[in-house]
Design a protein around this ligand. Sequence first.
Ligand code: MV4
Length: 491
Amino acid sequence: MKKILVANRGEIALRIMRTAHRMGIQTVAVYSEADRNAPHVRFADEAVLLGPAPSAQSYLKADKIIETSLRLGVDGIHPGYGFLSENAEFARKVAAAGITFIGPDPHSIEMMGSKLAAKEAAKKFNVPMVPGIEQAITDIEMAKEIGRRVGYPILIKASAGGGGKGMRIVEREEDTKEQMERAISEAVSAFGDGAVFIEKYVTGPRHVEIQVMGDRHGNIVYLFDRECSIQRRHQKVVEEAPCAILSPEMRRAMGEAAVRVAKACDYVGAGTVEFLVDENRDFYFLEMNTRLQVEHPVTEMITGLDLVELQIRVARGEQLPFAQEDLKIDGHALELRVYAEDPLNNFLPSVGTLTKYQVPEGPGIRVDGGFTEGMDVPIYYDPMLAKLVVHAPTRTEAIQLMKEAIAGYMVEGVATTLPFGQFVLDHPAFISADFTTHFVQQYFSAEQLIESQKPAASIAAHLALRLYLEQQEQLQVANVAPSNWRQRAKS
Ligand code: MV4
């Protein structure tokens, strides 16, 4: 593989190209009119304009991306995350054009894109599943029957959904009819597929996911777990690896279950198997994401591996350079997603110009970003400025290092989720690792954030006052020394 086109933008495009560059592979960037001067465009060896800012007219232009690749002699396309990354049709067209899609085969994407097909495949491989059904359901009486069997509340999920889209909670049997009808009609309008299924609703779960990696020689390994429960409206905010509550036995059981899910769909490349963990520490398969995930750096930190390098190597047909027994966890890593959103104003996107932008650096600190000082935060795409990642020997030290990194992060011009990250890291429930996916809902409010900032604000005010008084003193001395006209004027 001599030349790779990265069909993405921002931090992930940059991160992929950095690894390609290190491997001696040429890079091609694609970009929209809003991204003409973006860092990923500047970094690439070649760059091609796709079209206007909206994604539908640029980063989602599958045919244009493939034509461009053919014209420039590209032999591999990396889709990153989002955009075309889980589009089986795109993967198929790339392969048909004689180009390597750096990701799984189209049939794996397709199978895991259907939550019902995914559950059916996983069940055959003896993967634990939330009580419920693995078939599409339309009949209301049958739905009520399942509700009685597994117990309310139940969750109706769209087969074509995922990532929390198209889910409806039913608290009581008498609401089943109405919620089923709504769920089906929403699934039809959102996904063009009305298939829904039912699961028992796990009320206070943790979201733990397993990174897997497969090659074309039948090897699949798990690269341990990530805890992703700290999320807000299905958008993750703080992730960590490893999950703080897994015993070695449970880690192994979940890892091996994840490998079975990957085997069930002949998986090749980097993938993530999501599980729910309930209060009894029982775990259940949720879904599989057939892409490199935003939070992959925490896994890289604790394994010492470069996941993009591995993706490229297995895409080239190489064997994985290690076996499961060779892998071990080194220390603890945390990731904070730094969004241009205002945590004091309902996380409204905060657009504007980065008048000041300086990221922290130092041992154990990694910032994956795609912004520099002076850039505008465009309104067209995800408002994530960067991922702030830290790695330390223990979880406690990682939390401390993350706090220092947050303090060293200088942003002016837009509001960010940095103070929100600080809030999470200071919270007793986070420190003791005793939390669920309801953490944000349960503990966070703008008032709480302001309250939590008071001690620091008070110290800052005291320091400012002291500095001011010291400067005043110096000024007076300076004024007095050469001439004392002020005193004379006063007297
Ligand atoms: C669930 C659940 C509780 N019970 N399924 C949300 C994302 C999608 N991957 C599946 N999700 C959930 N499925 C059952 N049977 C709770 C969630 C859920 C959730 C899962 C992971 C991370 C955050 C979440 C936030 C709300 C709900």
